[in-house]
Design a protein around this ligand. Structure first.
Ligand code: THU
Length: 160
């Protein structure tokens, strides 16, 4: 028997400490909570994607009376960006969560389905994407989608 260990180094920033490009991306994610359609959870999530060419795409969670038909902010914006710029790698994604009249103190965290979708984009472009998770108290920057989903499943695994 042997053991494997998966580990991630997450950078923890205050807003002022963030690189200016990520300040801009966080501001876009925060303002995107206004795009949320969340009449059921009242939990608004805004997301912004920065492409390698400098373009930014914004999106938010979209809920549905048939609950599972809704979509998280991260997948909404990632599919939007990939569908409009299928040849441009994604450099970073930021998201922010807003509920009960304020942004959450702790950084929100992408759900498992979103992690898998972010991973697919990262793998497709062979280009790591930094994940910037906004909280009022602190901001987490993960180095890649893969770091949020260790021992993950990608196309290579389909070949057995
Ligand atoms: N939500 C997101 O948009 N992103 C996440 O990573 C977690 C959850 C949304 C889904 C639903 O509309 C609401 O937040 C409550 O779960």
């Amino acid at each position: 028997m042997k053991e494997l260990q998966f580990s991630t180094i997450v950078k923890v920033y205050s807003f002022d400490e963030l690189p200016s490009e990520y300040k801009m991306l966080v501001e876009k994610a925060k303002s995107s909570v206004k795009l949320s359609y969340s009449p059921y959870s009242h939990f608004a999530v805004g997301a912004a994607v920065l492409l390698d060419n400098g373009e930014v795409y914004c999106g938010a969670n979209q809920e549905n009376a048939a609950y599972p038909s809704g979509l998280c902010a991260e997948r909404t914006v990632m599919f939007y960006a990939n569908a409009n710029r299928p040849d441009v790698p994604v450099k970073a994604l930021a998201c922010a969560c807003y509920t009960n009249g304020h942004f959450t103190a702790k950084p929100g965290s992408p759900c498992g389905n979103c992690r898998q979708v972010l991973l697919e984009t990262e793998h497709r472009f062979k280009h790591d994407m930094e994940i910037v998770l906004y909280g009022e108290d602190e901001i987490y920057v993960f180095p890649s989608a893969k770091s949020l989903l260790p021992h993950c499943f990608v196309d290579d695994d389909l070949n057995g």
